[in-house]
Design a protein around this ligand. Structure first.
Ligand code: O2Y
Ligand code: MN
Length: 604
């Protein structure tokens, strides 16, 4: 398997790879070509090392289960850094370290870190290969698990090197699990650095480059995703006049055949994948999927905002994914998929909590221990994941790989909010919509390691993913209205599927029933949908929503569609406190928007 860098014609890439090889001192190097045969071989390597268990070939063909080390189960936000010369450029919401200092520290860590391992070179493209809007990255990693996942999540291999040419530019992405092997030392199934403070996920947006050390999991290690396509890309997008966003992209088709492209920013584990693949309950309506996590958006020649999905796979949260919540996801990972930290049944299939399938009488849990339903602990980790090819999604949109993207009619912001925030409301205009995005927040879940169930501000769902000062990011969003005729930009809405009653029950059924909200949004786009102007935005009246066939108590509907002034006054006061940290980087327009909201709410 090991070879050299003969396939690399790009002088800059070759010299970087030689430098990394000298530093990390691997046993061998291997450059990925992106072939099917290669994917099969990498998976076999993972099986041989004990990292993968092959699943039952009849039940789940060409699928594998991986179990990570218990210290390595999610993105580590407190170990994620944006490194710039001055702290102000990273802003108050990012961990910061001075670039030179961080490089010195990490160079010492990378020194010899791949001993006894293969250094894999993964040339990858975010976005269709060769599109002027795509970005090329090259990830160097000592994890075969990362290689297999990157092959599903991005476009990998020789074609990328060809498109890069002799002198094209690329984003160097250096990754190591941080577990060199001593001579004769036996490997473990999931090597990683176990000491949490020795993990580093580091971004140098000025170069740009990414250095990740110590974790082999998800967003920490598959560097095309959160690191490149969001943190680094957001900083590049600001300089180049576009937007890199934590958004799903879907197409909604009406019974009359009219198609609306909608992007939606929701914090981690708020159901983006479910919404992106939704099966509408409203007869005649159809949803097709373009992406479930990341949208790159730019103004097209006609002045409209176009969105493209830079990825080729889904790295979705497994628990809660079922034929009820997301049948299309269930159909997507029937084959050719990787599962991480799910439970293994005695039949050799995967299982997780709320899969809609009765718990097996016996399974092997995500830590590799025997499990029975009375074990008193979960069989799958709450942040267990499926990695599945987007092309296998039964409702993938024909334009999902269109290099020009799709023109957006609406942008949604949302979060998981048990109180205060109504089911849906519409911004008065672009500036107000940007204000709404900046004010977004959500109750935390297991997708990050912080305490769950706590409300945290998450502007534009980008809190963990913005690669520069969030105040400047707000200004960049505002500037879109100056780059085109504002009437060409998508309408902005805020949605909340997670409102609860006082007894804790969800007021809105969610999932496919969210099509009722999307229908109202499409009517607003057409200038038809009825709305009531309130201090926070335009809300539908109960009559304006198509509730045919839905049995929802009048009191629940009332709670979903009313604005509680006192709760919103408290919300606005809290937002004012949150804004303080941005100092003079907070755009004046947002200060004005906040003051105007407080004015409309009265009682200031
Ligand atoms: O925990 C991880 O490493 C994965 S996080 C993730 C994966 C896919 C899509 N979104 C997210 C996220 O945290 O937003
Ligand atoms: Mn995400």
């Amino acid at each position: 398997m090991a070879g050299g860098f003969e396939a690399i014609k790009n002088a800059g890439l070759r010299s970087w790879l030689e430098e990394v090889q000298r530093l990390c001192r691997p046993e061998g190097v291997y450059v990925c070509d992106g072939s099917e045969e290669e994917y099969a071989r990498i998976c076999r390597t993972c099986v041989d090392h004990g990292t993968f268990t092959r699943l039952n070939e009849t039940l789940r063909p060409n699928c594998f289960l991986a179990r990570s080390h218990p210290s390595d189960v999610a993105r580590v936000e407190d170990r994620t850094f944006i490194c710039t010369p001055e702290q102000i450029e990273a802003g108050p919401t990012n961990n910061w370290a001075e670039s030179g200092e961080m490089k010195r520290k990490m160079t010492a860590m990378f020194d010899g870190c791949m001993k006894g391992r293969i250094m894999y070179v993964i040339p990858f493209s975010m976005g269709p290969i060769g599109s002027p809007f795509s970005k090329t990255g090259v990830e160097v990693t000592d994890s075969a698990y990362v290689v297999a996942n990157m092959i599903i999540m991005t476009r990998v291999g020789t074609k990328v090197l060809e498109a890069l040419g002799d002198d094209g530019s690329f984003i160097p992405c250096l990754h190591s699990v941080g577990a060199p092997l001593g001579l004769g030392q036996e490997d473990v199934a999931w090597p990683c650095e176990r000491d949490p403070v020795k993990k580093f996920i580091v971004h140098f947006p000025d170069e740009p480059s990414i250095w990740s050390y110590g974790s082999g999991y998800g967003g920490n290690a598959l560097l095309g995703k959160k690191c490149l396509a969001l943190r680094i890309a957001s900083a590049m997008a600001r300089k180049e006049g576009w937007l890199a966003e934590h958004m799903l992209i879907l197409a909604l088709t009406s019974p009359q055949g009219k198609k609306y492209y909608i992007a939606g920013a929701f914090p981690s584990a708020c159901g983006k994948t479910n919404l992106a693949m939704m099966r509408p309950t409203l007869p005649g309506w159809k949803v097709t999927t373009i992406g479930d996590d990341i949208a790159w958006m730019r103004i097209g020649p006609d002045g409209r905002l176009y969105a493209m999905n830079p990825e080729t796979g889904f790295f979705g949260v497994a628990p809660g994914t079922s034929y009820d919540s997301n049948p299309n996801a269930m159909e997507t990972f029937t084959a050719n998929s990787i599962f991480t930290n799910a439970a293994l049944t005695d039949e050799g299939d995967i299982w997780w909590e709320d899969m809609g399938i009765p718990a097996p009488a016996h399974a092997i849990d995500w830590e590799g221990a025997d499990w029975t339903p009375d074990a008193g602990r979960k069989a799958a980790h709450p942040n267990s994941r499926f990695t599945a090819p987007a092309r296998q999604c039964p409702v993938i949109d024909p334009d999902w790989e269109n290099p020009a993207g799709v023109p957006l009619s609406a942008v949604l912001f949302g979060g998981r909010r048990a109180g205060t925030v109504p089911l849906v409301y519409e911004a008065f205009d672009w500036e107000h919509g940007v204000f709404m995005g900046s004010a977004a927040g959500s109750e935390t879940t297991a997708a990050n390691l912080s305490k769950t169930g706590v409300l945290r501000h998450d502007p534009f769902a980008m809190l963990p993913f913005c690669g520069y000062n969030m105040g400047d990011y707000f200004a960049h969003w505002l500037s879109m209205a100056e780059r085109t005729d504002e009437s060409r930009l998508p309408r902005i809405f805020f949605v909340n599927w997670f409102r609860k009653g006082e007894d804790g029950h969800f007021l809105w059924p969610g999932y496919g029933e969210n099509s009722r909200v999307l229908k109202w949004i499409s009517e607003r786009i057409e200038g038809r949908g009825q709305a009531v102007k309130t201090p926070i935005g335009n809300l539908p009246s109960a009559e304006a929503l198509d509730l045919t066939g839905l049995d929802i108590p009048a009191a629940d509907l009332q709670a979903l569609l009313t604005v509680d002034r006192e709760a919103w006054q408290a919300e606005a006061a809290e937002l004012a406190r949150y804004y303080e940290q941005f100092g003079d980087r907070l755009p004046e327009a947002l200060r004005r928007q906040l003051a105007a909201l407080q004015e409309r709410l009265g009682g200031r």
